[in-house]
Design a protein around this ligand. Structure first.
Ligand code: NDP
Length: 448
């Protein structure tokens, strides 16, 4: 869908000029500006007060050297990033990604998306994201620890409980957060909730580990319910086998579905009987092995090299939970051909714009990442609240709040889509609902 509004067209051109070679960032901004076109038409005051202009430019970008010593005593150098994107409604909040593909364009796209996602959660959190082009795979625990300590030694001077609160993402789980928290505490000489996703004994929230995957299923169930369906009796394909994928599989199964496939960056497994989640957790979380090892213990399952083939498996519901742009046009067409009724995104921006067009053309229900995977940052926000109160809620309390918020997020997307004449377009609904709150705050705070 090409932009028609002259102002937004010009703005997108300026974004492209100013951020050349940052393809993922330009993709994310394009999608949001296209969705916001009806808002720009209805609310010229947002144009006049420079809201759109300021929204596409991060408040601050920090890029830094991360030197560390490997087990052989050789110095290695990675590049660290933190994009403090928008603090209109609260302190910057968003995860850190450690993956060799990380560069500025990825962190900026993630930080930009985070603004709207955090707004949708109803909690007071601004948007930010960080990471490094470090690959934890194949590194010893000691190497990961030295890397994390070096990373946070620099990043630590730019964050704080009321300023910027990072968390995990791809390649950053409980182990990495623990190492970073320990080093931060030592340097800052204070025990504050400066990171979320912490271990339970030192200020973490119950249900944070499960939150993104569970939240994805709560959102999807609402979306299905609103369209006369549910998870019950459905066949589901989940990509990835990390934090989001594992807990999406668990909750989808609890809600009565059968998950038949999971993947990693090398390939995917297909288990027609339904995946054995305990086996996956043992392989991935405990032994840190590849997903292909699954078939050694489950001979009825098959392993296929390469990732995209997973979308050719016949399923009712697809939950992409690995990485950006993992579903292209051909994969979306394969899902449509096989009768898939819903795609809900656990990963950030896993569908290309062409794939999204295929969903709409085939009336596949589409739950966009910034709404569907907001459960993680929701519970991170609840972890911040518990840290501030010096108090901890039970698993059931946190899970209950998560369920309520995911329902509210779906309702907000649905309502905004209807209000702007785009009923059933939850992507537009999420962008509009997330934007309106941030826009009001930015306008009220003046030209800053
Ligand atoms: P993990 O590191 O726990 O797992 C990532 C999974 O995706 C692994 O199975 C990994 O395989 C696979 N993967 C990573 N990169 C690629 C790639 N280029 N191609 C194919 N597969 C890949 O990360 P999370 O589960 O935390 O994150 C998954 C997605 O969910 C990301 O997009 C993240 O931004 C998003 N997300 C995560 C949240 C959270 O709370 N953790 C919150 C909201 C969104 P391999 O092991 O081979 O690398």
């Amino acid at each position: 869908m090409a932009l028609k509004n002259e102002y937004l067209k010009g703005l997108l051109e300026r974004v492209k000029q100013r951020n050349r070679a940052e393809d993922e960032f330009i993709q994310a901004v394009t999608e949001v500006l296209e969705s916001l076109e009806p808002v720009a038409e209805k609310r010229p005051d947002y144009i006049e007060s420079g809201v759109f202009e300021r929204l596409v430019e991060p408040e601050r970008v920090i890029i830094f050297r991360v030197p560390w010593m490997d087990d052989k005593g050789v110095t290695q150098v990675n590049r660290g990033f933190r994009v403090q994107y928008n603090s209109a409604i609260g302190p910057y909040k968003g995860g850190c990604r450690f993956h060799p593909s990380v560069y500025l364009g990825i962190i900026k796209f993630l930080g930009f998306e985070q603004i709207f996602k955090n707004s949708l959660t109803t909690l007071p959190m601004g948007g930010g994201k960080g990471g490094a082009d470090f690959d934890p795979k194949g590194k010893s625990d000691a190497e990961v620890m030295r890397f994390c300590q070096s990373f946070i030694t620099e990043l630590g001077r730019h964050i704080g409980g009321n300023l910027d609160v990072p968390a995990g993402d791809i390649g950053v789980g409980a182990r990495e957060i623990g190492y970073m928290f320990g080093q931060y505490k030592r340097i800052a000489n204070e025990f504050v909730g400066v990171l979320t996703g912490k271990g339970i004994p030192y200020g973490g929230s119950l249900a944070r580990t499960e939150a993104t995957g569970y939240g994805l299923c709560y959102f999807t169930e609402e979306m299905l319910k609103a369209n006369g369906s549910s998870f019950k009796g459905k066949t589901v394909v989940v990509s990835g086998s990390g934090n989001v994928a594992v807990y999406a599989t668990k909750k989808a199964t609890e809600l009565g579905a059968k998950v038949i496939a999971l993947s990693d960056s090398n390939g995917y497994i297909y288990d027609p009987e339904g995946v054995d989640l305990e086996l996956v957790r043992q392989l991935k979380e405990v032994e840190r092995k590849r997903i292909k090892e699954y078939v050694t213990s489950r001979p009825r399952a098959t392993y296929t090299e390469g990732c995209s083939g997973i979308w050719t498996l016949k399923c009712d519901i697809a939950l992409p939970s690995a990485t950006q742009n993992e579903i292209d046009k051909a994969s979306a067409e394969a899902l449509a051909k096989n009768g898939c009724i819903a795609v809900a995104e656990g990963a950030n921006m896993p569908s290309t714009p062409e794939a999204i067009e295929v969903y709409f053309k085939n009336k596949i229900l589409y739950g966009p990442a910034k709404a569907a995977n907001a459960g993680g940052v929701t519970v991170s926000g609840l972890e911040m609240s518990q840290n501030s109160m010096r108090y901890g809620w039970s698993f059931e309390e946190v899970d209950g709040k998560l369920q309520d918020i995911m329902k509210q997020i779906f309702a907000a997307c649905d309502k905004a889509a209807k209000e702007y004449g785009l009923e059933g377009n939850y992507m537009a609904g999420a962008n509009i609902a997330g934007f309106l709150k941030v826009a009001e705050a930015m306008k009220a705070q003046g030209c800053v």
